[in-house]
Design a protein around this ligand. Structure first.
Ligand SMILES: *[C@@H]1O[C@H](CO)[C@@H](O)[C@H](O)[C@H]1NC(C)=O
Ligand SMILES: *[C@@H]1O[C@H](CO)[C@@H](O)[C@H](O)[C@H]1NC(C)=O
Ligand SMILES: *[C@@H]1O[C@H](CO)[C@@H](O)[C@H](O)[C@H]1NC(C)=O
Ligand SMILES: *[C@@H]1O[C@H](CO)[C@@H](O)[C@H](O)[C@H]1NC(C)=O
Ligand SMILES: *[C@@H]1O[C@H](CO)[C@@H](O)[C@H](O)[C@H]1NC(C)=O
Ligand SMILES: *[C@@H]1O[C@H](CO)[C@@H](O)[C@H](O)[C@H]1NC(C)=O
Length: 461
């Protein structure tokens, strides 16, 4: 390949949030050529033995902070820890803007490795342009975001009649036991495999297998039906940021091959754990991810603590796109059986839904006055059944309310009896899910357990 004229790309990001699409350099040595921009080279990753990232080589060394911990993580969410021995013996935190494909485009004759996209959102940042080069090109700052506005229109959902049973086994007249049974953890915090420690997100797999983001144990546990002890599926060696560790995982999702995806909150990344694997690969770097969901077409969704952006990656796609641009404070997210994304806006106390293949979010329950309930409505996480009933987990109210399609008031179906550890109580719960039979599961966070509330099958006859 004839070396094209060096074009050094300086970037000034004026937009608030920019995803970074980096290319990786598999098995290449430090500083090896990896881009059609000859000012870019390969930086080996500290947390991976066999790949690096392709970045701009000439950032001033003084700008680069050493990595933290045992030299393997960065405090700033928009930096990645790499080896850069020309600057320091110790690994350094490299700004992700400088490993963007817009700065370091793939070489013309080498196929792009699209298997490990690393994206990040970051605050408005101006990159200093201290380099030994003169030619300057401004990178276009067009982002792949689709502008999305929320509307106040209510969605209308067809309600099935009580006599016909939807595929999720939940009819309009369904009722649930108010007495929960513990299916994971035993009510006492701890690190033994029969315990949990402030569990946050749950995922119910086939055969009522419960997967738990065991947040303060920095691990993910799997409890098969009737088990009295859980199995460790992700997170080894305590809190940390190497490829076998997690730091305060908040939410999880499991695909049909039992691959577990973890919102690794404290490390600002989404980790992919193959079944029985000791270590994980990073599939997305995003500031403080808090929610993760997967629809039946294996499109993955990731929400952030800040709520600023909601990311989506379709199955097989290499890139993540941002949807729900104004999905302010959407934190925990879930997917219903029809592929709709349900999110909660904590700030405005709204439950929102985005139907499959649409871009708009609609309110389906909110905290305005007409939704009056005592104490006042305080959604944290929500799910929707196939008949359009909304189930809202109200963390501070220690209850679940059920809302008919377009209803302006909800009914308490679980809890509502103050915080506590009795079978009919929960204590600051974080997540809610169904299994295939229509039973409801609650991550009962401050009781360090997962509770199952069985559907009364006769209520749907
Ligand atoms: C964003 O959402 C908030 C609350 O949900 C709303 O008040 C505001 O008007 C929305 N902004 C845009 C640009 O849609
Ligand atoms: C949980 O299990 C531990 C033993 O691992 C036991 O000491 C504790 O009493 C149990 N707690 C409950 C509520 O069963
Ligand atoms: C679910 O249980 C059935 C019957 O016991 C078994 O054949 C199947 O492998 C189980 N599936 C999973 C994912 O555990
Ligand atoms: C779980 O326990 C219930 C009640 O003890 C029993 O009927 C059921 O067969 C058990 N299921 C499995 C998968 O062990
Ligand atoms: C990560 O660190 C933990 C704790 O030091 C260690 O047990 C584990 O082997 C490390 N994993 C890798 C892949 O280095
Ligand atoms: C959504 O879009 C995907 C890809 O374009 C398509 O395959 C699928 O059928 C669509 N689903 C619905 C419900 O429209």
């Amino acid at each position: 390949m004839a070396m094209i004229n060096v074009s050094i790309l300086f970037v000034v990001f004026n937009v608030l949030v920019v995803p970074v699409y980096s290319q990786t350099c598999q098995g290449t040595t430090a500083y090896a050529s990896c881009s059609s921009n000859s000012a870019c080279g390969c930086f080996p990753m500290v947390t991976a033995d066999d790949f690096g990232v392709c970045g701009f080589l000439w950032l001033t060394c003084a700008r680069l902070e050493p990595c933290k911990g045992t030299n393997d993580y960065c405090d700033q969410p928009d930096h990645v820890c790499v080896r850069h021995t020309r600057c320091r013996n110790q690994p350094v935190c490299y700004p992700l803007q400088m490993i963007d494909q817009r700065v370091c485009p793939p070489p013309n004759n080498i196929p792009v490795d699209t298997t490990t996209p690393m994206d990040i959102t970051h605050q408005t940042t101006t990159i200093e342009t201290t380099t030994p080069f003169t030619e300057t090109t401004t990178v276009e700052t067009t982002t792949p975001f689709t502008e999305t506005t929320m509307t106040t229109t209510f969605q209308t959902t067809t309600t099935s009649s009580a006599s016909e049973k939807p595929a999720d086994n939940i009819c309009a007249t369904a009722t649930w036991s108010k007495q929960g049974i513990t299916v994971a953890g035993n009510g006492t915090q701890g690190a033994a495999y029969n315990r949990l420690y402030y569990p946050d997100g749950i995922f119910i797999g086939k055969n009522q297998t419960v997967y738990v983001a065991d947040t303060d144990n920095n691990r993910v546990m799997k409890w098969v039906k009737n088990a009295s002890v859980g199995e460790l599926v992700a997170g080894h060696g305590g809190s940390g940021s190497n490829s076998s560790q997690l730091k305060k995982p908040k939410d999880i999702v499991v695909d049909g091959d039992e691959t577990v995806y973890v919102a690794d909150y404290g490390n600002s990344r989404i980790q992919k754990w193959f079944r029985n694997s000791f270590r994980a690969a990073t599939v997305l770097s995003v500031a403080y991810p808090i929610g993760i969901a997967l629809d039946d077409e294996e499109t993955m969704y990731v929400s952030m603590t800040s709520g600023s952006y909601l990311f989506q990656q379709r199955k097989g796609a290499s890139k993540w796109e941002s949807i729900g641009n104004n999905a302010t404070q959407i934190q925990f997210i879930t997917i219903d059986k029809n592929g709709a994304v349900i999110g909660v806006n904590l700030q405005y106390k709204q439950v929102l839904i985005k139907h499959k293949n649409q871009t708009k979010f609609y309110y389906i329950a909110d905290g305005s006055e007409e939704y009056f309930l005592t104490p006042s409505f305080d959604p944290y996480s929500a799910i929707v059944d196939q008949s359009g009933y909304v189930y809202v987990l109200e963390r501070s109210n220690n209850r679940v309310t059920r809302w008919g399609p377009s209803a302006k008031t909800g009914t308490i179906i679980i809890g509502g009896r103050g915080s506590g550890s009795a079978a009919d109580q929960v204590n600051s719960p974080s997540d809610i899910s169904f299994d295939d039979e229509g039973n409801i599961y609650i991550a009962d966070t401050n009781n360090h357990r997962v509770q199952k509330f069985s559907i009364d099958k006769s209520s749907c006859n």
